[in-house]
Design a protein around this ligand. Structure first.
Ligand code: ZN
Length: 272
């Protein structure tokens, strides 16, 4: 089938989707929404770069939501669809995307941590990553819309190539929403709290698992309100309040969305 016909069919099928779905954006830091040839109600097993991928059924069709790491280069990639007859590859193309650069000045102690702080960071980083990146084979009902976790101005976008005090750092792993201290922070989707902590970089933090490798992280909170690890939360439920804890220049919510261990652009999950 010629490529242009195939892509218009894909466009048509994504328009026919009912219920919540992120936007299909096949770039580093994006999400590929890929229809699977699977029929029936049995949940498909799909892998991308050896990691299990989120799948969901809409109007009798199965889709994979593939998180595309920021580190990927443009080119052709494959999903592995595990079937009774063996593994099948589903190819898709990834385009390039150039994210903006941002220079920030922050307290030097946060740029060059001392040995005690480094020890703390080395303990906390794997804890946070494990909470965000684990695939838990649980399915929570998807609402019609994702809830924007706090009301405010988007002050920093995902993917910004940040330079702190002239030292390049990792690209921005989430979206910053500036709001006054004390503004409500809500869980974006239904799920379960998998981490609550007060971390060196992130300050007061809540991580919610939405099943199958889809997680959201909320940090720099002033308060964590009435949630603890293991609690079930519903979309729109209050989990904390905006603050300025951790490495920040002012009160805001930093919100990270992860799919199959890849940080992806939260803007793809909000209504365009
Ligand atoms: Zn941020």
């Amino acid at each position: 089938m010629p490529k242009f016909i195939l892509s218009s069919l894909l466009l048509f099928s994504s328009l026919a989707l009912a219920g919540f779905s992120p936007q299909d954006s096949r770039v580093p830091g994006g999400v590929a929404i890929i229809e699977l040839p699977q029929r029936g109600s049995a949940s498909p097993q799909v892998l991308f770069q050896d990691k299990r991928v989120f799948t969901t059924q809409k109007e009798g069709k199965w889709y994979a939501w593939v998180g595309l790491p920021l580190s990927l280069k443009a080119g052709q990639y494959s999903l592995i669809w595990r079937t009774a007859e063996g593994d099948k590859a589903i190819a898709f193309d990834l385009s390039d995307k150039k994210y903006e650069e941002q220079r920030l000045t922050v307290k030097q102690k946060h740029v060059t941590p001392d040995p005690k702080q480094l020890a703390r960071i080395r303990k906390e980083t794997p804890e946070i990553r494990s909470a965000m990146d684990s695939f838990r084979p649980v399915v929570y009902p998807l609402p019609e819309q994702l809830v924007q976790p706090t009301q405010g101005r988007i002050s920093s976008s995902f993917g910004l190539r940040r330079i702190f005090n002239d030292q390049p750092r990792n690209p921005h792993s989430g979206m910053d929403i500036a709001a006054p201290t004390g503004t409500d922070v809500l869980s974006a989707l239904n799920g379960k709290v998998v981490a609550v902590g007060d971390y060196y970089f992130n300050g007061k933090t809540v991580i919610v698992d939405h099943g199958q490798g889809l997680t959201t992280l909320y940090c720099h909170l002033s308060e964590i309100n009435g949630v603890k690890v293991g609690d079930k939360v519903s979309a729109g439920q209050k989990i904390g309040e905006v603050g300025a804890t951790g490495r920040v220049t002012g009160p805001h919510l930093h919100w990270t969305v992860t799919l199959n261990g890849a940080r992806v652009d939260p803007a793809l999950f909000l209504k365009p």
